[in-house]
Design a protein around this ligand. Structure first.
Ligand SMILES: CC(=O)SCCNC(=O)CCNC(=O)[C@H](O)C(C)(C)COP(=O)(O)OP(=O)(O)OC[C@H]1O[C@@H](n2cnc3c(N)ncnc32)[C@H](O)[C@@H]1OP(=O)(O)O
Length: 256
């Protein structure tokens, strides 16, 4: 995995020579690099997913606002599959660009790769798609200018973006249908599992006070921060299903 070829989505080549010899650079493309410090790491010493989500959201928001020319907000982020972990001291490269604009919303493609400066290796971490919406003005809903795909890769993403949007918008309906049609498992079925943990024990609740460091340049909580908080409680909840690990942690805590 760590030896995957560079640049799987060609997002790292900001300039292209078009057929007519014109040098082209996508104006919506934004690139951010961060070195992972201990303060960005989780208890395993790896970059926390919440921190990465914050960086991805900030980079994508900048790309969306560069295209829109006005304030934009995160409406949704599609499924993300993290393919590898990122360690302290490694460099995270995030590239975002607008794939397609619709009416007031646009799809932003985000590619995350990791770089080891000393071995000159680079590998893909994840590829995600976020939807940003231009904030309504007093005049009403914003009508975004359209994106004109210039390269073959951009044309492909442009076509796929419409399909992904269609799937995103019907997703909620599908989930509702599933919930109404699925029958719940009986307690006796669950008891068949060895070392079952009561669901209630995995329940984690967190109350966060929104402070200035949580705000973005629009002085509102940015989507990446919300995702980071969600990831934090989800991590604690998931650990509750590992009683042995949890026990040993409690012991360490006692020693301190
Ligand atoms: C909770 C937080 O603080 S996270 C921080 C940052 N994010 C936010 O604050 C977003 C909070 N959410 C909102 O403000 C609203 O739900 C909005 C603006 C995203 C959507 O509001 P709506 O009343 O549905 O507006 P409307 O129906 O006009 O839709 C606006 C656009 O968003 C799109 N949209 C709405 N929901 C979604 C979604 N879940 N996924 C993708 N696109 C969506 C619509 O398709 C529409 O696109 P179009 O204009 O290109 O056709």
């Amino acid at each position: 995995m760590a030896n995957e070829p560079r640049d799987p989505m060609q997002l790292e080549k900001p300039m292209f020579i078009l057929g007519n010899g014109e040098v082209y650079r996508n104006q919506t493309e934004v690139k951010m690099s961060q070195i992972v410090l201990p303060c960005h790491a989780n208890y395993c010493g790896e970059l926390s997913a919440g921190q990465l989500l914050k960086w991805m959201d900030s980079t994508a928001c900048l790309s969306a606002e560069r295209h829109a020319g006005c304030s934009c907000i995160t409406a949704s982020v599609d499924d993300i599959h993290f393919e590898t972990t990122i360690g302290v001291g490694q460099v995270v490269n995030i590239t975002a660009k607008v794939n397609r604009a619709f009416t007031s919303s646009m799809e932003v493609g985000i590619l995350v790769s990791c770089e080891d400066l000393f071995s000159d290796r680079q590998w893909k971490v994840c590829h995600a798609f976020a939807t940003f919406v231009a904030r309504r003005t007093e005049a009403g809903k914003v009508q975004l200018k359209q994106v004109i795909p210039r390269t073959q890769a951009e044309q492909m993403e442009y076509s796929l973006a419409a399909e992904r949007r269609r799937m995103r918008l019907i997703h909620a309906e599908i989930i509702n249908d599933l919930l109404s049609s699925c029958s719940s498992q009986t307690v006796s079925e669950c008891l068949d599992y060895q070392e079952a943990v009561p669901a209630e024990r995995t329940r984690v609740e967190s109350v966060e006070l929104v402070l200035p460091p949580h705000a973005n340049h629009q002085v509102s909580t940015f989507g990446g921060q919300i995702m980071a908080w969600m990831e934090n409680v989800a991590t604690i909840s998931a650990r509750c299903t590992v009683p042995i690990l949890l026990q040993s942690n409690l012991m360490i805590k006692k020693d301190i």
